[in-house]
Design a protein around this ligand. Structure first.
Ligand code: ADP
Ligand code: ASP
Ligand code: MG
Length: 404
């Protein structure tokens, strides 16, 4: 008998028929003699709808109330999934994040998991039930409902798999696994059989929405091997695990695109020691995550500073920069939306040369102007105009010969 954690994403539980399909799959896993813990997301679109509704009442809704609201989505699907299992004669019990013993920090809307006390889960499993856990939510030390950031059901599943020492952790979604690029943008993208934690973490952080970045970070830290696969067929998926030497043979594992970016340009800022520090300290205090940064050469005592932030942070970023340039005594701030980040990722970059040359010449061929560049040991990212990004992603994918 194995202990299996399965996570079903929003599309997989998108309507009643799909919930019944998920229930059949869970039944089959249990009938094969396994203990099964299932994590489900809200029906696809529900979390977005709840956010839109909140923002139509107040553009900056209170974070605690936001969590109270967003937790509804997953609470619907756990109950419906349990009911669907009951209809198939399978004993099943639903648990909210709190009932599952998921304890988080108090940081509403993006709480980190502090510990998991799976007492109720163990009891239900021992009683022979399938346990259905609400993804994306937890409870802080004071009993307040928290959520784990967008896509957070992935984290629930991986953290639970670690906490209950599951033998297998399966992330069921609407594609067959992790591809060399988003298969909705690049039609000939190829499914990867295996990918390292570090590559998956970069791909996720750089915009491949197939896994939540924090969940991959958690999996790496605690050594939770997991598989990403489809809830609509039985094809083998992609295994995500610790790197092995042969993974370096491939120069580029995949291409990621992130449209959720905004560019902030601070112009005519006094070119003196401390100006940049003032800007970025004020941004940090406002809780804005800054990504790529470029400063041009100063002329006539002033310089320009350009950086990117998540699109959701642009209002906060503008406000913080205005405050900083007020304190420095001069400068203007503009925020632009029409950009996207394109990245290539692979542990093989450590040992292959020419990765950047191929990327830049391919971008030139499609006429994509590079606005910012950043690199790490296993990735190169560029910011280009959003109107060019899909074409650029296809061309770059082909240039590294990633196609199926
Ligand atoms: P779920 O609701 O199951 O959590 P998501 O919508 O969060 O699913 O993630 C799955 C989607 O991620 C796919 O439909 C696909 O369009 C997108 N995606 C982006 N990049 C990739 C990639 N490299 N491989 C697979 N899917 C990707
Ligand atoms: N329902 C949440 C979201 O849409 C969590 C998840 O689906 O993983 O972000
Ligand atoms: Mg997801």
């Amino acid at each position: 008998m194995a202990r299996i954690v399965q996570k079903y994403g929003g599309t997989s539980v998108g309507d009643v028929e799909r919930i019944k399909n998920v229930a059949r799959r869970i039944k089959a896993t249990r009938d094969a003699g396994n203990e099964v813990v299932v994590v489900v997301s809200a029906r696809s679109g529900v979390t977005n709808e709840l956010i839109a509704r909140a923002q139509s009442i107040n553009p900056m809704p209170d974070d605690r109330e936001m969590d109270m609201l967003l937790a509804i989505g997953e609470q619907e699907t756990i109950a419906l999934t349990a009911m669907a299992l009951h209809s198939l004669g399978v004993p099943a019990v639903s648990h909210t994040g709190a009932q599952a013993g998921i304890v988080t920090e108090s940081m509403h809307t993006r709480a980190r998991i502090v510990k998991i006390s799976p007492v109720n889960i163990e009891e239900s499993l021992a009683g022979g039930s399938v346990v259905i856990v609400a993804g994306f939510q937890g409870m802080d030390a004071k009993g307040q409902i928290t959520t784990l950031g967008r896509g957070g059901s992935d984290l629930t599943a991986i953290a639970l798999a670690g906490a209950i020492r599951a033998d297998v952790c399966q992330i069921y979604t609407d594609v067959d696994g992790v591809y060399t690029a988003d298969p909705r943008i690049v039609k000939d993208a190829r499914k990867l059989d295996v990918v390292s934690y570090d590559e998956m973490l970069e791909l996720a952080s750089l915009g491949s929405k197939v896994m939540q970045a924090r969940s991959v970070e958690f999996a790496k830290k605690y050594g939770v091997v997991f598989e990403v696969r489809s809830s609509f067929n039985d094809n083998p998926g992609t295994i995500v695990k610790e790197e092995v030497a042969s993974m370096e043979d491939v120069m580029v594992r995949g291409v990621a695109v992130d449209r959720n970016q905004a560019k902030v340009v601070v112009s005519n800022i006094l070119d003196k020691p401390g100006s940049a520090a003032q800007v970025f300290q004020t941004l940090a205090k406002a809780g804005v995550n800054v990504d790529m940064i470029v400063q041009n050469v100063g002329r006539n005592g002033v310089a320009n500073l350009t950086f990117t932030v998540g699109r959701d942070d642009q209002l906060r970023a503008r406000k913080a920069v205005q405050e900083a340039i007020g304190a420095i005594g001069g400068g203007q701030v503009e925020v632009y939306e029409g950009i996207a980040k394109l990245s290539v990722v692979g542990v093989g970059m450590r040992s292959h040369s020419g990765v950047a040359a191929t990327l830049f010449s391919t971008l030139a061929e499609v006429g994509a102007n590079i606005e910012l560049i950043s690199t790490s040991e296993i990735k190169i990212s560029v910011v280009i105009g959003v109107d060019k990004v899909d074409e650029a992603a296809r061309a770059v994918h082909a240039a590294y010969k990633l196609q199926a």
